[in-house]
Design a protein around this ligand. Structure first.
Ligand code: SAM
Length: 335
């Protein structure tokens, strides 16, 4: 159900049931929102989308004029009251409704012009033609996504690696290493690391080998770790991989903890909590037929990993945004 319908059904007979555009300005294609509530603005946006418009816009007070205020606080500007909203509010609105926010433009009189365009939901990164093992290969759509350009990913992963309290030359096992993006982050914290990376994509591993010639990369299946004679590690990391089709995440975790983890070793598991569409990363795991994020399965997996690692003597931290990180580190001796 659309937001407008939901709101209308909750508050039938209220002014939100009207066609929102007519309330603002019939003649001007881009209304100015001054004191309107976010409910009203969302109703306007939904109406624009329902009218099958690919792009639309409106003008609001320049957020710079309300620096230091929270969204919703009133500002008196040039004799008129406006609701202040930080720029992030408009980015969130776009993200949640499957829109792209174009760069805001100055519109005079302290206003900015916000323009939104509908994302092409068919432009996902997946290429159905990719063979299963090369679904994330060097020439796949996935190769266009640079995790290292996501500041949250880099900050959260670096913090998780610091928590792992690695020694001088830690042995690191990366399951689902792909082209090795995460290794660049770990290397900042532990420059002398020695890595074994496992993946079933030959083309992604070729890129990883070229980037990190000192490390070892093994082409293999996570379902057959026992055949790979990998050894024991100070850190085992697996990001955005254990939820892949055909991977038994519980079995991989059990094997890691029982066969590949040093007594004081750490584990970092990353679960995807993002959708990549038409050049935009939007927060939240999606369930089939859900328009908005639904985190039920993700939370269930996180709870399982957390409990399992705790049962095996680890202190566990859950962090991250687009990649939710479950970090298990050896509990301090005095804990
Ligand atoms: C979504 S990518 C994540 C890559 C990287 N860790 C990251 O976070 O960007 C998942 C990776 O796991 C690999 N993979 C998926 N299933 C696998 C399996 N059964 N055995 C080995 N590798 C697998 C894919 O080839 C891919 O490189």
């Amino acid at each position: 159900m659309r937001l407008t319908e939901r709101i209308a059904s909750l508050r039938s007979g209220s002014r939100l049931g009207e066609c929102p555009r007519s309330r603002y300005d019939r003649a001007v294609s881009e209304p100015v929102f001054r004191r309107e509530s976010m409910l009203d603005i969302l109703a306007f946006v939904e109406a624009e989308l329902a009218a099958e418009r690919d792009g639309f816009g409106f003008r609001v007070l320049d957020p710079d004029l309300g620096r230091g205020r929270y969204a919703g606080e009133l500002i008196d500007h040039a004799g008129a009251l406006h609701v202040h909203r930080p720029l992030r509010v408009w980015l969130d609105l776009a993200e949640r409704l499957g829109l792209r926010l174009r760069t805001p433009l100055a519109a005079g009189d302290g206003l900015i012009r916000l323009r939104f365009e509908r994302l092409d939901l068919d432009r996902r990164w997946q290429d159905p033609a990719d063979a299963e093992r090369e679904r994330y290969g060097a020439t796949s759509g996935y190769a266009r996504i640079a995790k290292l350009e996501d500041p949250g990913f880099v900050i959260d992963l670096a913090e998780a690696v610091v928590r792992a309290r690695l020694g001088a030359a830690p042995r690191v096992l990366d399951l689902g290493v792909n082209t090795g993006d995460e290794l660049a982050v770990i290397a900042r914290v532990a420059p002398e690391l020695q890595v074994v990376g496992v993946d079933h994509s030959a083309s992604a591993l070729a890129v990883a080998r070229a980037r990190f010639p000192a490390h070892r990369f093994v082409e293999g299946d996570l379902g057959a770790l026992a055949d790979l004679a990998l050894g024991v590690f100070d850190l085992v990391i697996s990001l955005n991989t254990l939820q892949s089709p055909g991977v038994d995440d519980r079995e991989v975790l059990r094997r890691v903890v029982q066969h590949h983890l040093a007594p004081a070793g750490a584990v970092i598991l990353g679960l995807p909590n993002v959708r990549y569409v038409d050049g935009e990363a939007s927060y939240g795991a999606r369930m089939k037929n859900f328009r908005q994020p639904e985190l039920g399965l993700l939370v269930k997996d996180v709870a399982f990993y957390r409990k399992y690692l705790q049962q095996h003597g680890r202190q566990v931290f859950v962090t991250g945004k687009h990649t939710v990180l479950v970090t298990g580190v050896a509990a301090p001796l005095d804990a």
